[in-house]
Design a protein around this ligand. Structure first.
Ligand code: FAD
Ligand code: DLZ
Ligand code: SF4
Length: 521
């Protein structure tokens, strides 16, 4: 009569669909630390320690909730390899009558789940992951027949469906759907910035950190100064602290970048939401409650809710709408490898150095750093979008393929030719100078296009548009860029081209980062 319920490392939710309506007396929950998952990309060591510690804590929470948990650790006697290999061992140990599992977050793992029924000769029920607000069918129905499935319209559907920030008459609160225009302020370093709560490593986390230090010596990324929540209880404390102190300024400053302030008014909740410790709908409802209580402005509440029920759900929808070949899409034909400084932080471009040092320390950078610093530079130099995606998969605590891929290959690198983003997210130094304090102390001048002190972002920006003219010129959102470029005249254009090509040549002479391969489904 035994039912085996495998729970994966990003399914750390007590209300998981696979556990629903199961009899605790006859159910065995299987949790597996497996080598394949720790190795399918070269995870930042902080990310690895976070996931393993959160998994071990979740096993404790399940036991406290009355479940029997069979937990396989990386440091157990035999060599744990893959989910399927571990499941085979568990089937031998427990002789289950059937297996119930919540669908996986990504193609590679979903393919494994789908192979189990034949492999083990047992009924395998794969349940939908209803921690997401939109089901696959719902997203597919919405996207069907749209050549351009624009996020904004999907978001409005989600607002109507959830009732979040809606009036009783079914209109958007405040009369508008989107308050983004009010969310573009730069920030000064002397502004008050919230001090996020810290969660020191307990005995379980310390043990995991020791394991990661010894077993994964070849991996990069700092494990020092541990401050991450690894339980739902602490993740809820992090959520409450964000709502109490930071949400009120989130909207105003979400695009700003300040040296040394890595979180600013951002929530830093994505790692907890993506692994299952926090529930996205619950969080969005809390945000609405703060608005209704008069604690935060509509621009802040709407801006944040849009990220959660709009962008996050939209990215998941796009991922499952695409097929596994999406990872190889390369609309602009970019092939350059990323420079080695993406791993070392050793570069004289101050915006990149700040973002990369922070990334390798905390496994965190906020959205604009990811999009307009590391992503922007990679796109301007013509880096291979798949390699860029793999770099992001390595370095961020919140990286799981379903959400990283549409953000990296789609939104950031325009690899899908405009499915996710309506134009390439590139900028010259002017944007970084306006939104950050990085340019002041930089060795380069953000105002110069040519010459030894000119910021490379400037010539690269024009060079990018010049070399992709055929593909981009007809895009109405880019047309003005070409008007300005044409007004430069041939002499200036040649000087800008030479400047950019000179810079690209220096990249070719410097070391490239490691060559990575995508995980195979
Ligand atoms: P906040 O700024 O506080 O935003 C609130 C929440 O909104 C986030 O926690 C997240 O759950 C959600 N959100 C906001 N924007 C997005 C988005 N574009 N896609 C999905 N969710 C969003 N997000 C990930 O969760 N995992 C990734 O691997 C990831 N990779 C990215 C790579 C690139 C190149 C870019 C441009 C963005 C990426 N994002 C990713 C989206 C976004 O940058 C992160 O969700 C955010 O920075 C996480 O920090 P936070 O929790 O402080 O977010
Ligand atoms: C990311 C990750 C890592 C590093 N390790 C494990 C693990 O040992 N066991 C596990 O169950 N999950 C792990 N994960 C998360 C999985 O990769 C994640 O659940 C899948 O990507 C979902 O499709
Ligand atoms: Fe970055 Fe250029 Fe500004 Fe330096 S001047 S921080 S390289 S944008």
């Amino acid at each position: 009569m035994t039912v085996l319920v495998p729970v994966l490392g990003d399914q750390l939710s007590l209300g998981l669909s696979s556990l629903r309506a199961q009899d605790r007396a006859t159910t065995i929950v299987l949790m597996m630390e497996v080598a394949d998952e720790t190795a399918y990309v070269r995870h930042h060591r902080r990310k690895l320690a976070y996931i393993l510690s959160a998994m071990r804590h979740h096993a404790e929470a399940l036991r406290a909730d009355g479940w029997t948990v069979d937990y396989v650790r990386l440091d157990d006697q035999h060599a744990p390899d893959s989910f399927t290999g571990e499941l085979a061992r568990a089937v031998e140990r427990h002789s289950p009558e059937r297996i119930v599992v919540t669908e996986a977050g990504e193609w590679r793992v979903q393919a494994m789940l789908e192979s189990w029924e034949t492999l083990f000769g047992l009924p395998v029920e794969i349940r939908p992951d209803d921690r997401f607000i939109a089901s696959h069918a719902e997203f597919q129905a919405w996207a069907a027949g749209r050549t351009n499935p624009v996020m904004e319209y999907f978001y409005r559907e989600q607002r109507r469906k959830t009732g979040l920030l809606m009036t009783p008459e079914g209109k958007p609160e405040g009369g508008r759907w989107n308050y983004d225009k009010e969310n573009r302020k730069p920030a000064d370093a002397d502004l008050f910035m919230p001090d996020p709560p810290r969660f020191p490593a307990d005995a379980i986390t310390q043990e995991v950190i020791r394991l990661v230090r010894t077993r994964f010596q070849e991996l990069d990324g700092s494990l020092d100064d541990w401050d991450l929540a690894v339980t739902r209880k602490d993740a809820l404390k992090a959520q409450a602290a964000f709502l109490d102190v930071a949400l009120c300024s989130f909207g105003d400053y979400q695009d700003a970048m300040v040296t040394g302030a890595h979180r600013m008014w951002h929530s830093h909740l994505a790692p907890y939401i993506n692994s299952g410790l926090l529930d996205p709908l619950e969080l969005a409802q809390e945000v609405e409650a703060r608005y209704r209580a008069g604690e935060v402005g509509l621009n802040c509440a709407e801006g944040f809710i849009r990220q959660i029920i709009g962008w996050r759900e939209y990215m998941r929808g796009i991922y499952w709408l695409a097929d596994p070949d999406y990872i190889h899409r390369n609309h602009l034909g970019h092939t350059r490898r990323l420079p080695s400084f993406y791993w070392t932080g050793d570069t004289d471009l101050n915006c990149l150095r700040q973002t990369l040092e922070q990334t390798w320390t905390y496994a965190y950078a906020h959205h604009i750093q990811r999009l307009m610093v590391t992503g922007n530079f990679a796109l301007l130099i013509g880096a291979d979008p798949e390699a860029v995606h793999l770099w992001y998969m390595e370095v961020y605590l919140d990286a799981y393929e379903w959400v990283t891929l549409p953000n990296t290959l789609g939104m950031s690198q325009f690899g899908d030719g405009g499915l996710v983003g309506t134009k390439p997210y590139v900028s010259s130094a002017a944007y970084i100078d306006r939104m950050s304090d990085y340019c002041g102390p930089c060795r380069y001048d953000p105002k110069q296009r040519t010459g030894p002190d000119a910021c490379p972002f400037n010539s690269l920006y024009w060079h990018f548009h010049d070399r992709h003219r055929e593909k981009l010129e007809s895009n109405p959102r880019v047309r003005n860029v070409y008007r300005t470029w044409d007004r430069f005249g041939p002499e200036t254009q040649d000087a800008v081209r030479a400047q950019a090509e000179g810079y690209l040549a220096t990249l070719d002479e410097a070391p490239y980062g490691p060559d990575r391969a995508s995980p195979q489904p």
